[in-house]
Design a protein around this ligand. Sequence first.
Ligand code: 7PJ
Length: 283
Amino acid sequence: MTSTLYPTRLPCGNRVLDLARTHIMGILNITPDSFSDGGRFAQRDAALRHAEVMVSAGATLIDVGGESTRPGARFVSPVEELERVAPVVEALSRELDVIISVDTSTPAVIRETARLGAGLINDVRSLRREGALEAAVATGLPVCLMHMRGEPTDMQDDPRYDDLVGEVSAFLQGRMGECVTAGIAREKIILDPGFGFAKTLDHNLSLFKHMGALHALGRPLLVGVSRKSMIGKVLDRPVGGRLYGGLALAAMATIQGARILRVHDVAETVDVVRMLAAVESAK
Ligand code: 7PJ
């Protein structure tokens, strides 16, 4: 697993993430229309219990999301998104020893969840929504910037690249520059290739194979492929049958130096990462 070119201690609100090793981020969807949880964790208490299970299984981060970014998902108003996410962030912050990441592009959600104890802002739109960058700066929290083109509604309309890895890298470099100019320290930025976002199957596979090139940007990588269609397409499996494919990708991402794996299946992925770490640290 690659050595780091950056400081390994990342303060996330009142907790610290140690970037010397690979961490598991458990996905907590509070979205009635989310494609793999089907809204089962819509209620705050159910969400809290699900988060507790993920933390016991070894998740060091919980990613709370109130807006589905699946292609064709319904628009969620900022008020509705905040009503879904805020009670959960507040409860997690009170009850669990975990870094709370908030999967949002919405300025009001960024500001309010930071106040309630969030430790990381995870935005699939890389803070490009009006007011989002200013809101993120105001929180002082670290941010995860992800590559995507267009919006979830149109991102899968025939995406094309002349130089996939170069374009993803240039995009992330550009967003990182905007963030630094706006007042977010470079040391607070995490980068994500954005698997499944404005990419065909071939794009996803190629980007996965070459993700190591993104280390040249000098920041930790987050990888999210859990249960995604790139697994479904290769293996011809429905969402419920993508675990082993996802674990193979989790192992490969870890070996390529990814520092955060965003997953639904926490216990299984923790075993993968621990096993790799044991071999890695052997004589
Ligand atoms: C990602 C995400 C991802 C980051 C989603 C899904 C779609 N955030 N939010 N990276 N994917 N940073 O989980 O299938 O890949 S929502």
